[in-house]
Design a protein around this ligand. Structure first.
Ligand code: HEC
Ligand code: HEC
Ligand code: HEC
Ligand code: HEC
Ligand code: HEC
Length: 489
């Protein structure tokens, strides 16, 4: 083949001559060794037997390709050094050692080198493609760096556990991708140097604990949430049943039943209810990091005018702070990372039976154990279960034996609840991240709907309970409405 011949004469011969040096040879060896290892790993992965451990992913998808490329770079470096040396010594031969093209072994050898180069290029391309795909996976985002374990833990038990992190955090488009990767690299460095960050706090970057929320760089919901959810869909009414258990010996159960006016945009283009009314035309200024304190709200009215609602605390001053157009995240700020209160955690676990309501005082005792400070995850794992068992052994010896299994299951579940919400190494505990849905545990809707935000003409944002929901029962034992609806006997 003429092109092969041309390359051999003008490139390969000098390259072979200069390449015969320790640096280039070492580079060749490193490249070959890492390529073989990577290919072997991919084969293993192809047959589905590779470990899902994210650290392995980091080694095979990032470290080895880096080593591979470093090896590749060593080859021309060695050529350059040797050529320079020979040039200085005036020892460059006028004619490079002849390649005997009639020697079939040698000819094939060179063809193999060329084919190997093409293969190497494919390896690099494939490795970078796989690396990019891997960087988009929840394993990489949440697990490779333990800093995000709290978000990953909540994500895993959320309705979004099959939605990749990047679909909400990055969205689509090259610019979003690039800026996220730049940001991510900075965070990766902070995590890598964390063990020594204490030595020189001013010089070495450290990551904040906990990771701050809100994420100010998050893209508008229309580019993320709305890729899957349609705000114009009319959801109408939503029935919500919440169970609570009391702190008495029987763990008495009561229920709150409400119908939320979720609304949406109906077939006559009427915007109604919670989902219909807020999107696109309400701006606000918040003055604290969690967007909880909102002294100023402005609404674009359909007739082109604006209504400005101002909190009395502002006393006519100009509010300073972050200005935002309200979107999904201003209510659903914990979408896919819902950290709950200890009360909500234990009530839910008792409703689904993971903590048996048959155990006397389990609600009261369980809450107490959830709210205790533990120095570490290990301590919580052992102490929560042990303390619950010790409590029944001391206070209810008659059931400690027969109900040992229920007690053990309750202790294990309490630990699971704790571990989904408390992360000592990230300085995260119950209530660190407020949830803006509702108004019982955090201000939520009442950040604006508190009757205190008024326009110049003394209109306020409604605080009428019925504007948002019908309360059908509030903490009633066996509410009749659930029987009427056929939900409960
Ligand atoms: C359904 C969308 C969605 C998915 C999927 C998602 N997140 Fe989030 N994430 C959010 C929202 C919304 C916030 C809070 C934004 C705000 O208030 O500004 C957030 C906040 C965060 C924060 C900031 C700290 C905090 O707790 O608020 C981190 C870190 C985070 N997410 C990591 C992850 C990781 C890791 C994954 C994948 C395992 C992931 N997210 C998947 C929507 C999502
Ligand atoms: C890639 C698609 C996708 C994206 C992006 C997405 N979601 Fe979802 N969302 C889903 C799916 C799938 C479900 C689960 C539906 C089910 O389980 O029935 C869901 C469920 C929900 C629910 C109901 C369950 C719950 O957690 O209370 C809410 C609320 C929600 N999403 C809000 C959001 C918000 C807010 C965002 C943007 C921050 C968002 N979603 C982004 C696909 C998505
Ligand atoms: C004004 C606050 C608010 C805004 C803004 C808002 N939501 Fe909601 N959303 C709610 C409330 C409240 C619920 C009911 C919560 C519950 O079930 O406990 C809800 C429920 C949902 C559900 C579950 C519906 C179901 O049938 O269970 C989805 C999905 C959802 N929202 C998506 C979105 C998306 C996407 C956006 C942005 C386009 C959005 N929401 C904007 C308050 C809001
Ligand atoms: C940033 C401020 C803000 C927050 C937070 C907020 N709202 Fe609103 N809401 C408004 C404003 C302003 C209006 C009046 C909008 C209009 O009439 O166009 C409104 C109107 C409403 C209405 C219609 C009232 C009526 O008279 O028909 C409902 C229902 C509603 N909000 C529910 C909620 C719920 C539920 C939440 C919490 C999940 C919430 N809002 C959170 C600002 C807010
Ligand atoms: C701006 C809208 C809004 C207004 C006004 C409002 N609520 Fe609510 N309320 C909500 C939402 C949203 C939820 C559901 C929260 C959730 O999904 O857990 C809720 C839930 C509740 C619950 C059940 C909470 C639980 O955890 O058991 C009670 C009780 C309640 N509201 C009482 C009231 C009363 C009483 C008023 C009138 C003084 C009122 N609310 C006014 C939006 C509102």
């Amino acid at each position: 083949m003429p092109s092969f011949k041309n390359i051999r004469e003008h490139w390969v011969r000098p390259a072979l001559f200069f390449g015969n040096n320790p640096i280039s040879l070492a580079g060749g060896a490193i490249t070959t060794a890492s390529a073989v290892t990577m290919i072997a790993y991919w084969l293993v992965e192809l047959f589905g037997v590779a470990s899902p451990n994210p650290y392995l992913g980091i080694i095979f998808l990032f470290l080895l390709p880096a080593v591979f490329i470093a090896g590749l770079l060593l080859i021309p470096l060695g050529v350059y050094v040797r050529r320079k040396k020979l040039l200085a010594a005036g020892a460059i031969p006028s004619v490079y050692p002849r390649i005997d093209l009639n020697d079939p072994i040698f000819r094939h050898g060179i063809d193999i080198v060329l084919i190997a180069t093409v293969l190497n290029l494919i390896v690099v391309a494939w490795a970078s493609y796989r690396g990019a795909a891997y960087m988009d996976s929840p394993e990489f985002c949440g697990q490779s760096c333990h800093v995000m374990n709290p978000e990953l833990a909540a994500y895993r038990v959320s309705a979004h556990s099959h939605v990749n992190c990047v679909e909400c955090h990055i969205g689509s488009g090259a610019q979003a991708y690039f800026s996220a990767k730049v940001n991510g690299t900075k965070q990766l460095i902070e995590v890598a140097v964390h063990p020594i960050a204490g030595l020189a706090p001013k010089l070495i970057p450290n990551y904040p604990t906990p990771i701050p929320s809100p994420v100010t760089s998050l893209r508008p919901a229309r580019d993320t949430c709305q890729a899957c959810h349609t705000p114009t869909r009319f959801d109408g009414e939503k029935l919500l049943v919440k169970s609570r258990f009391a702190d008495d010996e029987q763990n008495s159960e009561s229920q709150t039943v409400l119908i939320l006016h979720l609304g949406g945009v109906d077939s006559l283009s009427h915007k109604t209810g919670i989902h219909g009314i807020h999107l696109g035309h309400i701006e606000y200024i918040s003055t604290d990091e969690t967007r909880t304190t909102i002294p100023w709200i402005e609404r674009d009215n359909p007739d082109g005018t604006k209504s400005t609602y101002v909190a009395s605390a502002l006393n006519g001053a100009q509010p300073q702070g972050e200005r935002r157009v309200m979107d999904c995240i201003d209510c659903h700020n914990r979408a896919s990372h819902t950290f709950v209160t200890p009360e909500e955690a234990i009530n839910r676990a008792m409703v689904d039976g993971a903590i048996s309501p048959e155990l006397p005082f389990v609600h009261k005792k369980g809450l107490e154990l959830l709210k205790t400070d533990y120095a570490s995850e290990d301590q919580a794992r052992t102490q929560i279960s042990q303390k619950l068992q010790a409590y029944y052994a001391a206070s209810y010896p008659a059931i400690a034996g027969p109900k040992a299994q229920l007690i053990k299951a309750a202790g294990d579940e309490l630990y699971v609840l704790w571990s989904q919400n408390v992360f000592p190494y990230m300085k995260m505990t119950w209530g660190t991240h407020p949830n803006h849905i509702g108004h019982q545990d955090y201000p939520g809707c009442f950040r604006c709907h508190d009757g205190d935000h008024v326009t110049k003409t003394a209109e306020s944002i409604t605080q009428d309970c019925a504007a948002c929901h019908n309360l059908l029962a509030v903490e009633e034992a066996k509410p009749k409405v659930l029987a009427d609806l056929g939900i409960q006997q």
